[in-house]
Write a protein that binds this ligand. Structure first.
Ligand code: UDX
Ligand code: UDX
Length: 465
């Protein structure tokens, strides 16, 4: 078995950055080099002030401060890091394809392939290659073929090691994972490579929580885990709509069903819709794979999870317009929260983007506040949708750094991310500042609706009849 002394990770994103930081912290005897083609991102990871690292995760900057410059290094020198490494993690992004076959569904593997070709061109010693990016089943096979056919005689072993960390709790999830999954080839060499990675994680994860499987089971498990999690959110969101037209309260229903140990209490929070870089992408990927094997019923079954999620975002936005007397044209609406969940600055696929886009199409004047997301990110997210020009977006949207001055003369306040600080706001003062009737839309069930009604608000909470 190869004892790992030097690790390289290609991709310094939401997955590569935190994962490598944890490995460096837990394995001081291993040198960890995180490389990325994006020089600006690497510069941010190297910023003298660790508060400026490009990813906000509770506890992460402290860990970076402990390890950076000791055994954790961030750089753009990809070739050099590949050459020195015994083990290479691939953590580049695999967005949904925006062109060609599988457009809008399949994962775009172009970055993965580029990485494989670069590794093959540069490597002069044997390497263990670890797939960290979420990939369609059987990608490892493709990787192996590229590496073996273009390499200069060195041996490559390919492992699948999907990441299960959730953003906002990345450090805690990495420190204390429910399980680590390592897929390897069924061969003597494959098993030895798998063992090297098991030993790496065993520096801090109990061995019984390190699962080993074949490569394809591992790849498919990642897609399946995300599909099941997202399915629970869509299931409770479907029930939230039913609760709203009856006298039921989705929070109470969730508590009641979650007490059944077979169901369990997690991932039953009704919301304005799930977001994030993984759920939608991975389900679309699963659907595409099922379709390509001719499994129509399987594909349709999972696609419904996405259809429900799109419906949830749209119906929330529609509810705002209907409640504001069927027009929001020229009305000031304050949006609280842009990130796809609390405690992260990540906005990919955030429900907020779609809700606000709908309101802008109805000509609302939108004021947005998020404690961790920059104005430029918000405008970039809206521009990416291509519904209207950047100038038109900028004419209708104002992003503020202090929400307390935003509410004057507004018609409605809308909570789209469950940031804790929103609960602590002086809602009585906000009510005074707003136009009357003052409307409050809570897409995350974070505010005490009875208290808000007492203050005087007209309150709509997702899932409350
Ligand atoms: C990860 C996983 O890799 C993805 O498969 C999963 O489904 C979601 O999370 P993430 O870390 O969130 O992606 O992506 P991102 O933050 O975009 O980071 C990827 C990094 O790879 C970027 O910084 C990008 O510059 C870098 N990259 C991309 C390279 O260094 N080389 C490339 O060829 C392509
Ligand atoms: C997810 C998986 O949880 C993680 O294991 C995987 O590695 C990556 O994808 P992430 O997308 O970071 O992680 O966050 P997650 O906590 O799963 O939330 C996803 C979305 O679902 C968020 O928009 C969140 O607000 C929403 N959600 C989650 C709900 O609406 N209700 C819930 O009960 C739980």
């Amino acid at each position: 078995m190869k004892v790992i002394k030097n690790i390289c990770c290609i991709g310094a994103g939401y997955v590569g950055g935190p994962t490598m930081t944890m490995i460096a912290a837990k394995c001081p005897h291993i040198e960890v080099n995180v490389v990325d083609i994006n020089a600006e991102r690497i510069a941010a990871w190297n910023d003298l002030n660790v508060d400026n690292i490009p990813i906000y995760e509770p506890g992460l900057s402290e860990l970076v401060a402990q390890t950076r410059g000791k055994n954790l290094f961030f750089s753009t020198e990809v070739d050099k890091a590949i050459q020195a490494a015994d083990m290479i993690f691939i953590s580049v992004n695999t967005p949904t394809k925006t062109y060609g076959v599988g457009k809008g569904m399949a994962a775009d593997l172009k970055y993965i392939e580029l990485c494989a070709r670069q590794i093959a061109a540069v490597a002069t010693t044997d390497k263990i290659i670890v797939e960290k990016s979420t990939l369609p089943v059987r990608t490892a096979e493709a990787l192996k073929r590229i590496l073996e056919n273009t390499g200069n005689g060195v041996n490559f072993d390919i492992l699948s090691n999907p990441e299960f960390l959730a953003e906002g709790t990345a450090v805690a999830d990495l420190l204390n994972p429910d399980r680590v999954l390592i897929g390897g080839e069924i061969s003597e060499r494959g098993e030895l490579a798998q063992k090297s990675l098991v030993e790496l994680y065993a520096n801090w994860v109990p061995r019984e929580q390190i699962l080993t499987t074949n490569v394809w089971s591992s790849e498919l498990s990642k897609l399946t885990a995300n599909a099941f999690l997202a399915q629970r959110v869509s299931s409770i969101n479907a029930i939230s709509e039913l609760c709203e037209v009856t006298e039921a309260d989705v929070g109470e229903v969730a508590r009641a069903i979650g007490a059944d140990s077979r169901i369990g209490s997690k991932f039953l929070k009704a919301s304005v819709g799930f977001g994030g870089s993984c759920f939608q992408k991975d389900i679309l990927n699963l659907v595409y794979i099922a379709q390509s094997y001719g499994l129509k019923e399987v594909a349709d079954y999972w696609e419904q999870v996405i259809i429900m999620n799109d419906h949830q975002k749209r119906r929330f936005a529609k509810k705002i317009v209907e409640t504001l007397f069927n027009t929001v044209s020229g009305k000031k609406i304050v949006i609280l929260g842009w990130a796809f969940k609390k405690d992260t600055n990540d906005t990919r696929e955030s429900a907020a983007i779609y809700v606000v886009d709908y309101l802008l199409s109805e000509q609302a004047e939108v004021v947005i506040f998020d404690p961790k997301v920059s104005a430029e990110r918000i405008f970039a997210d809206l521009e990416y949708l291509n519904t209207r020009t950047d100038k038109e977006n900028r004419d209708l949207v104002t992003v503020v750094e202090d929400p307390m001055f935003a509410f004057a003369d507004s018609h409605a306040a809308v909570v789209l991310t469950e940031w804790d600080e929103f609960k602590a706001y002086d809602w009585s003062q906000i009510y005074v500042d707003m136009l009357k009737p003052a409307f409050l839309f809570d897409g995350r069930m974070v505010l005490d609706s009875d208290k808000m009604k007492e203050i005087g608000f007209n309150v709509y909470t997702i899932g409350k009849g």
